[in-house]
Ligand binder design. Sequence first.
Ligand code: AMP
Length: 136
Amino acid sequence: MEKSVFAKIIDREIPADIFYEDEYTIVFLDANPNTKGHSLVVPKKHFVNIFDTDEETLLHVMKTVRKITPVICKAVESEGANITSNNGAVAGQVVFHMHVHIIPRFTDDGLKHWEGHSISSDESRDLAEKIKMLLI
Ligand code: AMP
């Protein structure tokens, strides 16, 4: 399997602005930031997406997200952030090495939230039932 761009960053084969690292995770600035401070938390072990990531690693990734986000926000004077993970090409995933985006937000930063659509209460209830059945 060809090494992902993030694996190359972890192994210091290509440069990145890394500012945090521990046994399980590494954090660096996104090369094409959506906002100032946009960062990526990446597990050192390779997983394709959130669903094949082992629970222990996932916990460490989220611990790092929680530890680092307030510090990034302080550095760029932001009072909030979107924490997001794209899973699957259809969801916008481009790098198939699991990662979490930290995107600091600012008043009038131009980023738009996803548009909501109306759904009938019948459709909503049926869908919840279907998911409930699949969880059994
Ligand atoms: P995703 O669409 O969730 O797979 O996001 C991949 C992210 O990785 C994008 O926001 C890219 O800008 C970022 N990215 C790709 N290559 C690099 C790189 N060499 N250094 C830093 N960020 C990168």
